[in-house]
Design a protein around this ligand. Structure first.
Ligand SMILES: NC(=O)c1ccc[n+]([C@@H]2O[C@H](COP(=O)([O-])OP(=O)(O)OC[C@H]3O[C@@H](n4cnc5c(N)ncnc54)[C@H](OP(=O)(O)O)[C@@H]3O)[C@@H](O)[C@H]2O)c1
Length: 328
């Protein structure tokens, strides 16, 4: 554990999710005393195995979440709430539940954190808050306007929900009501974060990628993302916004090709972009049509965060080794 940082009681909402479980492990490994939520009694065990105390509650139920946070009496609260379908979102409609939990659930959690006297608050956001489409070749810093480009119809609702979630946290921080921070993540990959499902699609030749596209987007290994949550909780500035992505953006085609090579599957199936767009309009706007690089300089300087996997070239083979039972 970092000797300068005192261990504190942390409440993690969304603890059973793709990011939640690595966040629990990272916080516990730093000596923090962690409570983690799920709506499902079946998932309590997963949270306990990660070293945290499970609590069953629903963030959309204002009274329930208020009482759960009050009982845990945390010094810090982490919001990693999403409600995504298992294979990941393809259409705008797949984001409806997540948009709702980002608007209402996250607001209830913030209120509950303040009511319980929590001092620090770290909230998950996503690079899509900058808007989809072509942002040019230069990496965006946190100073860029959000959205920096007008979102297209398949992503508009998701961008609005991210803005609402960020806005609530940053307004509370500016008002001195809580030391709130926002982390704008690249796309997650890793064990438990959709990569197994992608390998399975590759094996069945069901993962299409466009043969030509200018799109590149930021990525982050989910364990690096979890390390950034811990670093923000321990060292982030109140009101801080941090881009959390590895050092090199990459296209979906490169991601799929590298994953196929690492996992020993057939290569991804080339399919024209417009056909991908018919089946998965949101995914195509997000990962095929968007050219967006993130500067991670602020996270490195202020949080002393360094991605253990500087790009997918190192990260994807490590994930495959981990899934095969070796160490990453
Ligand atoms: N999370 C991401 O940002 C992300 C990124 C890339 C890919 N994916 C893929 O998307 C799929 C689903 O992601 P996921 O595993 O993170 O699950 P998820 O269904 O998005 O849930 C994330 C977390 O939020 C919690 N949650 C959702 N609604 C809630 C509510 N109303 N009140 C309290 N807690 C609530 C879930 O708890 P419960 O235990 O109650 O469900 C879970 O802990 C996976 O296949 C994943 O690989 C996710």
């Amino acid at each position: 554990m970092d000797q300068e940082v005192a261990a504190v009681k942390v409440f993690v909402a969304g603890a059973s999710g793709a990011l939640g479980i690595p966040v629990l492990r990272a916080l516990v490994s730093h000596g923090h005393e962690v409570t983690g939520t799920t709506r499902s009694p079946d998932r309590r065990r997963r949270i306990a195995e990660a070293g945290a105390k499970p609590v069953v509650t629903d963030a959309l139920d204002r009274e329930a979440i208020r009482s759960a946070v009050a009982s845990a009496a945390p010094e810090a609260v982490v919001d990693v709430l999403t409600a995504l379908p298992r294979p990941g979102p393809r259409r705008a409609a797949d984001l409806r539940a997540t948009n709702q939990v980002r608007r209402q659930g996250s607001r209830n959690l913030l209120e509950a954190a303040r009511a319980a006297g929590a001092r620090r608050y770290v909230a998950e956001s996503f690079f899509l808050v900058y808007g989809d489409g072509d942002h040019g070749p230069e990496p965006l810093s946190e100073e860029a306007q959000v959205p920096a480009r007008e979102p297209s119809p398949p992503t508009r609702e998701a961008v609005d929900a991210l803005l609402a979630k960020e806005g609530a946290v940053l307004t509370a921080a500016r008002g001195g009501r809580i030391e709130g921070m926002v982390l704008r993540f690249g796309g997650f990959y890793g064990a438990g974060a959709g990569t197994e499902e992608m390998i399975d699609l590759l094996r069945r030749r069901r993962l299409p990628v466009p043969p030509r596209s200018r799109g590149v987007t930021p990525w982050v290994h989910v364990e690096d993302a979890a390390a950034a949550v811990t670093a923000a909780l321990e060292r982030g500035q109140a009101g801080g916004i941090y881009n959390v992505a590895d050092d090199r953006a990459a296209s979906l085609a490169e991601f799929a090709r590298r994953l196929a090579e690492a996992a020993g599957t057939p290569p991804p199936l080339p399919l024209p972009g417009f056909l991908i767009g018919l089946a998965a309009p949101y995914l195509k706007r997000l990962l095929v049509d968007t050219r967006l690089r993130l500067s991670n300089r602020r996270a490195k300087e202020e949080l002393a965060w360094r991605p253990a996997y500087p790009s997918i070239a190192e990260g994807l083979p490590a994930v495959v080794r981990q899934l095969k039972g070796g160490s990453a």
